[in-house]
Design a protein around this ligand. Structure first.
Ligand code: HEC
Length: 110
């Protein structure tokens, strides 16, 4: 009996690790939701999409530029957006929203 409990525990632990890994992975982030957030929160300064009217300032990097820059990935974006550049407002994005934005930016890369 103890052996069986132990086995069940290990199966559950492995399942939890696998599920946790996938939950954080880009596969479950939603680029469309990220685009919606980007148009709502980022488009006043950044050019985030082709179908956006016009960004405020040409001196702010577009999301297409960001997507091509190898320095930016989901991890660096998450760090940056959790503690944004002083010129950017603190938007209080959730980790989920950040993952979706990162996925959206990633989807722009050619
Ligand atoms: C109020 C204007 C403003 C808003 C809103 C804004 N940004 Fe920015 N962002 C800037 C400015 C200005 C810079 C350039 C900062 C600098 O380098 O001095 C910048 C830089 C960045 C960079 C770094 C680019 C690079 O290559 O250095 C990223 C990534 C970024 N913004 C993402 C976002 C995301 C994602 C959002 C929406 C959730 C957002 N920004 C909303 C003004 C804004």
């Amino acid at each position: 009996m103890p052996v069986r409990i132990m086995t069940n525990f290990m199966v559950a632990a492995v399942a939890a690790v696998v599920a946790g890994g996938f939950a954080q992975g880009p596969a479950h982030a939603d680029p469309n939701a990220g685009k919606t957030i980007a148009l709502q929160w980022c488009a006043s300064c950044h050019l985030v999409s082709d179908d956006q009217p016009v960004a405020d300032s040409a001196s702010v990097p577009s999301f297409l530029d960001i997507s091509k820059d190898a320095d930016w990935n989901e991890a660096s974006l998450a760090t940056f957006l959790a503690n944004p550049h002083p010129k950017m407002p603190d938007m209080n994005l959730t980790t989920r929203e950040i993952a979706n934005i990162a996925e959206y930016i990633d989807s722009l890369a050619p």
